[in-house]
Design a protein around this ligand. Structure first.
Ligand SMILES: [Cu+2]
Length: 110
């Protein structure tokens, strides 16, 4: 899914949850910095409903794109951020669509 390039995008599941008006507490937020063509931290463990926000500190544009095809921040330009909310448990490997050697993983578990 394509997310907002500026500010914090919402995943489709998060948007659907908001539309459904479920009164659930918001999840925690976890920052991943992209610098020198590296995701840091490269491994993140979060809980369902948490948000991961990537910030690009490089001059080059990057993405955080799930290998399973289920999610994608879209292009994150220099200085910009993009966020994804993870609702499902699992191990989600991702890469940069422009520089596939850039890899990292988000693990979601209760
Ligand atoms: Cu990249």
């Amino acid at each position: 899914m394509r997310l907002n390039r500026r500010g914090f995008g919402l995943s489709l599941t998060a948007a659907a949850m908001l539309q459904a008006g479920q009164g659930r507490a918001a999840g925690a937020e976890h920052a991943v910095t992209i610098r020198r063509f590296t995701f840091s931290p490269a491994e993140l463990v979060i809980r369902p409903g948490d948000r991961v926000v990537w910030e690009n500190r490089d001059s080059a544009p990057h993405t955080a794109t799930g290998r399973d095809g289920g999610w994608d921040t879209g292009e994150i330009v220099k200085g910009a951020q993009a966020g994804v909310v993870f609702e499902r448990e699992g191990r989600f490997e991702y890469l940069c669509a422009y520089h596939p050697h850039m890899t990292a993983v988000v693990t979601v578990r209760r």
